[in-house]
Design a binder for this molecule. Structure first.
Ligand code: SF4
Length: 360
């Protein structure tokens, strides 16, 4: 990390204009710099060829644009890409790019991290087992999208600015525990002069941070809220998702009801299928009782096994049986197509220390 340099990543045009004026330069230069950052993912002032040489030099001594570098990457058989990115302080995070559609018009959904590690410690999750290091700044979240898009363009030999069409806050970390930075990053990703990703193309996933859910309801955003449920009784959920000890299911349900009443938006519930753990008929009945009044969408995710953890993936017949119980009970349920599990990029498998998982 270079100390005492001004960070320009994440500033909007007005802030960049003020910055240029504050260092004795013309405000219009801000638009040129902004374009280099958001259209070309450039982080060296020396590469900004329409800036005068003296200005490039001056900016290089005073400022920085910390778009994280992709250190390593893996590509799944299904086209999912997992990137290991390095932040300014050398901490590492992962992002996952999931292709939507095929051929020339294919676009990607990016799954972004909001923390280095995660403090929640879900017992089935690789990230949770690795512990927590720090929150990301909002510009690091935005930079993660830019750094990933830069690498993707390079690999695909594409100049397409809209290569990333959707963002899900579902990577390493609990987004609502890094609330302010997460919100600022959403505004920046959504800004028409930033990345221009529509709010309806942005999903925030939480393990059940009830107070954050209520705050989010009051933001007036059109984003999708996804709640990682994984169990529908407090005893089991305390074990699988320890945040449940702070916000038991009754508190979580209150927060979600508030969210729905304020936003009038459907909430998605993620439910990881752990063999012999959370897939009994009783579990199905509990889920129907909890979620049916909420008009929820339920996403079932067959577990992606992680080295060193005892949980296993259920067989297809067991998955179908659980699915059928829920559907018969009137829930709107889908089975999530698995992406990237062969490269440890699937849900719950991110852990930036897995360097042996990468090959350049
Ligand atoms: S599942 Fe999500 S909230 Fe739970 S430990 Fe993993 S990253 Fe954190």
């Amino acid at each position: 990390m270079v100390p005492n340099k001004d960070e320009l990543l994440g500033k909007d045009i007005e802030e960049l204009e003020s910055y240029m004026i504050s260092i004795g330069e013309a405000a219009f230069r801000a638009r040129q710099i902004f374009k280099w950052i958001y259209s070309k993912e450039v982080n060296s002032f020396y590469d900004m060829s329409d800036l005068p040489r003296e200005l490039r030099k001056k900016l290089d001594t005073m400022a920085q644009i910390s778009i994280p570098r992709v250190l390593k990457q893996r590509v799944s058989q299904d086209g999912t890409r997992k990137y290991l990115l390095e932040l300014r302080d050398k901490k590492r995070i992962e992002s996952v790019l999931i292709p939507q559609g095929s051929g020339k018009n294919s676009r990607y959904t990016i799954c972004v991290s909001t923390q280095v590690g995660c403090p929640i410690g879900c017992s089935f999750c690789a990230t949770g087992q690795a512990g927590f290091q720090r929150n990301l700044d909002y510009f690091e979240i935005v930079g993660q999208v830019l750094g990933s898009r830069r690498e993707l363009k390079r690999k695909l030999k594409s100049n397409e600015e809209n290569l990333i069409s959707n963002v899900v806050y579902m990577g390493m970390g609990e987004p609502l525990l890094n609330y302010n930075e997460m919100i600022k990053s959403i505004y920046m990703l959504n800004h028409p002069k930033g990345l221009g990703i529509g709010q309806r193309h942005i999903t925030v996933s939480t393990a059940g941070e009830a107070s954050g859910i209520k705050r989010l309801a009051d933001e007036g955003m059109q984003i999708t809220l996804a709640v990682s449920l994984h169990a529908c009784d407090d005893t089991l959920r305390n074990h699988l998702v320890p945040l449940n000890r702070k916000y038991p299911l009754s508190a979580l349900r209150d927060a979600i009801e508030y969210y729905i009443s304020v936003t009038n938006r459907r909430v998605t519930f993620e439910y990881v299928l752990l063999d012999e753990v959370n897939m009994s008929k009783r579990d199905a009945r509990n889920m129907i009782r909890l979620l049916k009044p909420l008009l929820a969408n339920v996403n079932l995710i067959p577990y992606n096994e992680v080295d060193g953890l005892d949980y296993t993936k259920p067989s297809p017949p067991r998955i179908q049986q659980f699915f059928a119980w829920l559907a018969e009970g009137g829930l709107n349920v889908t089975l999530r197509e698995e992406k990237g599990s062969d490269i440890m990029a699937a849900c719950g498998q991110l852990k930036a220390g897995y360097s042996k998982m990468y090959r350049n």
